[in-house]
Design a protein around this ligand. Sequence first.
Ligand SMILES: Nc1nc2c(ncn2[C@@H]2O[C@H](COP(=O)(O)OP(=O)(O)OP(=O)(O)O)[C@@H](O)[C@H]2O)c(=O)[nH]1
Ligand SMILES: [Mg+2]
Length: 107
Amino acid sequence: MKITSAEFIISNQDVSKCPNSGIPEYAFIGRSNVGKSSLINMLVNQKSLAKTSGRPGKTQLINHFLINKSWHLVDLPGYGYARVSKSSKAKFQKFITKYFEKREQLI
Ligand SMILES: Nc1nc2c(ncn2[C@@H]2O[C@H](COP(=O)(O)OP(=O)(O)OP(=O)(O)O)[C@@H](O)[C@H]2O)c(=O)[nH]1
Ligand SMILES: [Mg+2]
């Protein structure tokens, strides 16, 4: 598939505030700093659509990107290595779990 357009839509911590267009979406999950955000940038051929960093814990929200105006790519916080407080880690875990449980259009 050729990706011809990719745009940032919204970031949030609350699955109920994610886009409700019902179009299919694909999310990347994995440990912090493995390159999830970089992989999204590589796929869409843009340098910094998804924010990246050498420091684990850069992505801290559920980030929706609209691809070819027809489906979403979703960048999520990593787990494990993130250099953030214990309470932030617990918060990430809570909203990521909710996202996976509730998000019906997730493929
Ligand atoms: N050597 C190498 N480094 C990479 C590759 N992909 C990403 N990186 C580097 O790995 C670091 C982390 O990349 P991110 O894309 O921010 O990682 P992430 O998984 O989104 O991290 P979190 O947002 O913390 O969960 C950055 O310094 C990237 O430049 C790769 O294929 N090879
Ligand atoms: Mg990231």
